[in-house]
Ligand binder design. Structure first.
Ligand code: SF4
Length: 443
């Protein structure tokens, strides 16, 4: 018995393939491999940088699917199914849109795999795969399952180990698929299990890919205290309200945290309200307090913005870029607000008849990466696309890179920080340009 795991690419560039040079280990596939009974062979192919050997024998193909990779995932599934190999798809998109995904797979997995994956493998072994498996979300790495990280070897991933401490988030931002998937709840692993997982692998740089690692501050404090003796460096994703807990901020810094991806989303109160961005709203004063606390604790912040709310204009988007530059954030992402299926934002835009690409941008042959997929209130879709790209271009200019580097509290805090700054800012700069206007799928 052999199971083949696949991580699909988003698509390709207009005249060449796209190789993601900033690729990270697909943690969920390592966990799935860990959950697979030991007498079963496993192999993983990452479509972001290698060709998939469709003719290689497999008894089951498991594809992880996100909204951005759906079109390519369906192409891959079709190749295997033509060859008579059964395909199961799971992941965020399969849970958000099971009816669509079911049209392209022999079986779909809704929810998190941990409680039912062994049964899926057993059913496949007996040629009795069910059409739907439904498991609760959030039971992370049940029975202390460790990811089988050997499946990542030789694939050129960034030198950081991906892990998870929590899943889900207590907030309910209107655009967020995570909030829909976990229904505003969060799940926490035992600290001793996480510590053991870190200790059992060699790397000293860890990326906790939690949706919001600060969703439960008490739990995060426990984790930070346990991380201090390990002397690692770590990054994660956290909501901005974490800055209001100075004890936690100090603990994070002491435990080796060097920064987070943080959802600033907007620099205006009106758009934050539109986004229902609860962690940012109380006492909102242009983020002066939050940015100061982050810098005082040496955090190299990746500021994530979503742009295109009903109050946003072309000029307000460019002002957002100026805000990010003035604050010398290590990275910033100027993302167009995307209507992910089954989110409150999607329903609102659908009701107002403002969705483009037949309401299914992720499948539409004319949709291109970074294009607006809805009609904004104060701009044309093209203007929104252009303003966001302009913001990316300016933020990633050489002048901007040098200016942001000059922050002694964050990017120049140590030699290692400085070296990491140049390594990753230049890499992500390249990716920004490579991905722009990419086609979805290969065909
Ligand atoms: S804080 Fe982040 S993870 Fe939580 S609901 Fe909002 S966008 Fe989603």
């Amino acid at each position: 018995m052999k199971v083949t795991f696949i991580k699909p690419n988003i698509g390709r560039r207009e005249h060449s393939l796209y190789v993601d040079e900033g690729r990270m280990e697909p943690l969920m596939l390592g966990v799935l491999a860990g959950l697979t009974p030991p007498d079963v062979d496993v192999v993983m192919y990452d479509d972001r940088m290698e060709s998939i050997p469709f003719d290689e024998a497999a008894d089951l193909v498991a594809i992880t699917i996100e909204t951005y990779t759906a079109r390519r995932a369906y192409e891959i599934a079709a190749e295997y199914r033509q060859r008579g190999v059964p395909v199961i798809m799971g992941g965020m998109h399969a849970t958000l849109l099971p009816e669509e995904v079911a049209q392209h797979a022999d079986s779909i997995f809704i929810g998190d795999a941990e409680t039912l994956w062994a049964q899926v493998v057993e059913d496949a072994r007996r040629h009795k795969l069910q059409t739907i498996y439904q498991a609760p979300p959030g039971i992370a790495q049940l029975n202390n399952t460790l990811p089988r990280r050997e499946i990542y070897q030789g694939k050129g991933y960034l030198p950081m180990s991906l892990m998870q401490f929590t899943r889900g988030c207590r907030f309910a931002c209107s655009f967020c698929a995570v909030s829909k998937y976990f229904n505003k709840t969060h799940y926490i692993r035992r600290v001793d299990e996480v510590v053991r997982e870190i200790a059992e692998q060699e790397r000293k740089f860890v990326f906790f890919i939690d949706d919001n690692i600060a969703t439960d501050r008490k739990a995060l404090k426990e984790l930070c205290s346990a991380l201090i003796p390990l002397r690692i460096n770590w990054i994660s994703q956290a909501s901005l309200d974490v800055t209001r807990d100075l004890e936690l901020m100090k603990l994070m810094a002491d435990s080796g945290c060097i920064g987070h991806v943080m959802g600033f989303e907007s620099i205006t109160r009106a758009s934050l309200r539109d986004a229902r961005k609860a962690p940012n709203l109380p006492g909102f004063t242009n983020y002066d307090y939050e940015v100061k606390v982050l810098r005082d604790h040496g955090m190299q912040t990746w500021a994530a913005f979503t742009l295109g709310y009903d109050n946003d204009t072309y000029d307000s988007i460019l002002a957002t870029m100026e805000f990010a530059l003035q604050n010398r954030f290590t990275f910033a992402a100027f993302n167009i607000l995307m209507p992910y299926p089954n989110t409150p934002l999607y329903s609102k835009l659908q009701k107002e008849n403002r969705l483009l690409y037949d309401g299914k941008w992720w499948l539409h042959p004319e949709y291109r990466f970074n294009d607006a997929a809805f009609i904004p209130a104060n701009m044309t879709p093209d203007e929104l696309t252009e303003a966001c790209h302009k913001a990316r271009q300016k933020f990633n200019s050489i002048f901007s890179l040098l200016y942001r580097f000059s922050d002694v509290k964050t990017n120049l805090r140590s030699l290692w920080r400085a070296a990491s700054y140049w390594r990753y800012t230049t890499l992500f700069r390249k990716e920004v340009y490579k991905k722009h206007k990419m086609r979805f799928g290969f065909k």
